[in-house]
Design a binder for this molecule. Structure first.
Ligand code: SF4
Length: 489
């Protein structure tokens, strides 16, 4: 039963996942648009990396045509190719296709390309298994290298792949994985030769990657359970599960919980919100009218699309602003949505400086995010830097009362995110009815607009959906504050 590099890595994360992938692929969740985008981005980065090796030979046969890929690889090597992309090798019945293979003095370097700004532990077994297969196929594998995007790179003109990427030698780091590989492969084969292994759900279900068999393995877990206990590690959760506890309501009173967890459990048991009126009053005392409720939407491509951007730098393309002049007063809604065909930042800066008045708090939800974007805009637009940093200094973070447990509602289910807090505090105001209902959908939609692949009618509809979504975020913040004010005593 042939393993591939991908299956090997799946098996390292969870042997049950490997077994299910092999025998019950029908139970896998479909690839979500967000995951597909990660795959697409990885492919784009991989293709760009190849431009650092002019003259390289691409082994074009895909994963459905492995015998052809093996034959093409053998033929290219025989012809004396110096660099191969996606070459195919099999050793010990394991298939590997290194992204880039380069002939060097005394052997070959194999290079794995990652759409990441750093080396992660999870990449090491990835390189190790390729090293194992390539070396076992008879090639002298000299080094294993990781090529990843350099977050120190700032785009200026056309993207320069030689400057965008950084390559690091991970041969020594891979050595322990390489040593363990034969035994690990044997363990995987033993599992594949047996019935479905009994493995409890745990940290491996989301680390290092979200497992696509969650719907199957987690079906016995209720919507709200001990797995939602705030900041609980899997050690704590496993302890509770061994006590037979699944629901928060069933956690024994003497079980050691943090203060935040105790509040969460008490709220779950009683069904009543926890409200710290004096705490909320103290918190709201920092607000200065007029209030400007502000929200950004951003996209963060691996390959910077415009000058002045770094890889994965968040590019704000949209802002919604609700302005409230006095307590309880009416709000005015203003918005900005960039033209997807050009850099949206200059227009956004003009919007922010022109529409946010010189006085009053700028209310955001999770200030570190909006604050970070304002600083980046100030860096990119030095002439407007003073005004932008001035706005940043006036940020007031609406998440604080929820993150600090001053207001905990049972329907928030342990989360302080806007998407959890808004429908809990303002029934009927949720994101269910919107065509674009979360930040991921928003940036996927904007990326599709940037790619110019939509018809004019589709683009118009998508722009309208983006406006509605971002507007809902700031209107939601207005309503949340209105509710909080009622409890500030
Ligand atoms: S959901 Fe968890 S237990 Fe189930 S296969 Fe995936 S990683 Fe393994």
């Amino acid at each position: 039963m042939r393993l591939s590099k991908t299956r090997y890595l799946r098996g390292l994360q969870c042997l049950k996942s490997l077994w299910l992938h092999n025998f019950r692929p029908d139970l896998r969740a479909p690839v979500s648009p967000a995951l597909q985008r990660i795959f697409d981005q990885g492919r784009q980065v991989g293709e760009l990396a190849r431009r650092c090796f002019p003259g390289g030979v691409l082994i074009a046969a895909d994963h459905d045509h492995i015998p052809e890929a093996l034959a093409q690889t053998a033929a290219a090597l025989k012809r004396g190719a110096e660099t191969l992309f996606e070459a195919a090798f099999v050793h010990d019945d394991v298939l590997a296709r290194p992204d880039i293979l380069v002939r060097v003095e005394g052997g070959w370097d194999l290079i794995e390309v990652k759409a990441s700004t750093e080396i992660k532990e999870v990449y090491l077994p990835d390189v190790a298994v390729q090293h194992f297969v390539v070396a076992g196929s008879g090639l002298k594998a000299r080094r294993g290298l990781l090529m990843h995007v350099d977050n120190g790179y700032v785009r200026k003109g056309a993207v320069d792949p030689l400057k965008l990427f950084r390559t690091e030698d991970v041969t020594a780091l891979c050595a322990p994985h390489l040593k363990e590989l034969p035994a690990t492969l044997a363990a995987m084969r033993a599992v594949l030769g047996n019935v479905l292994p009994e493995i409890e759900i745990g940290a491996q279900c989301s680390s290092p990657y979200d497992c696509d068999f969650r719907d199957f393995c987690w079906k016995h877990v209720p919507d709200y359970s001990v797995y939602d206990l705030k900041r609980a590690d899997f050690g704590t959760i496993t302890e509770l599960r061994h006590l037979g506890v699944m629901r928060l309501e069933d956690i024994p009173p003497d079980f050691g919980l943090t203060d935040a967890q105790e509040i969460q459990v008490r709220v779950a048991k009683s069904g009543e919100p926890h409200i710290d009126g004096p705490g909320i009053r103290k918190c709201l005392a920092g607000l200065v009218y007029p209030l400007h409720f502000l929200d950004f939407e951003t996209v963060a491509p691996a390959i910077p699309p415009y000058d002045g951007l770094r890889p994965f730098q968040a590019l704000p393309f949209q802002a919604s602003l609700h302005v409230q002049a006095e307590p309880g007063g009416k709000t005015e809604h203003l918005e900005y949505l960039g033209d997807p065909k050009s850099d949206p930042r200059a227009g956004l800066v003009d919007f922010l400086i022109g529409r946010i008045g010189p006085k009053g708090s700028v209310v955001v939800y999770n200030a570190s995010f909006e604050g970070g974007r304002l600083l980046e805009l100030a860096e990119a637009f030095p002439r407007q830097a003073k005004a932008l940093t001035g706005i940043k200094k006036r940020l007031w973070d609406l998440i604080v009362p929820f993150r600090s447990n001053l207001f905990v509602h049972p329907d928030m289910r342990g989360s302080a995110s806007l998407k959890s807090v808004l429908p809990a505090l303002v029934p009927g105001m949720d994101y269910e009815h919107l065509d674009i209902g979360d930040g991921v959908m928003a940036f996927l939609a904007y990326e599709a607009l940037m790619a110019g692949k939509m018809s004019a009618a589709q683009a118009k509809k998508t722009m309208a959906a983006l406006r509605e979504y971002c507007g809902q975020d700031t209107l939601g913040m207005v309503e949340i504050l209105r509710v909080l004010e009622q409890y500030a005593v």
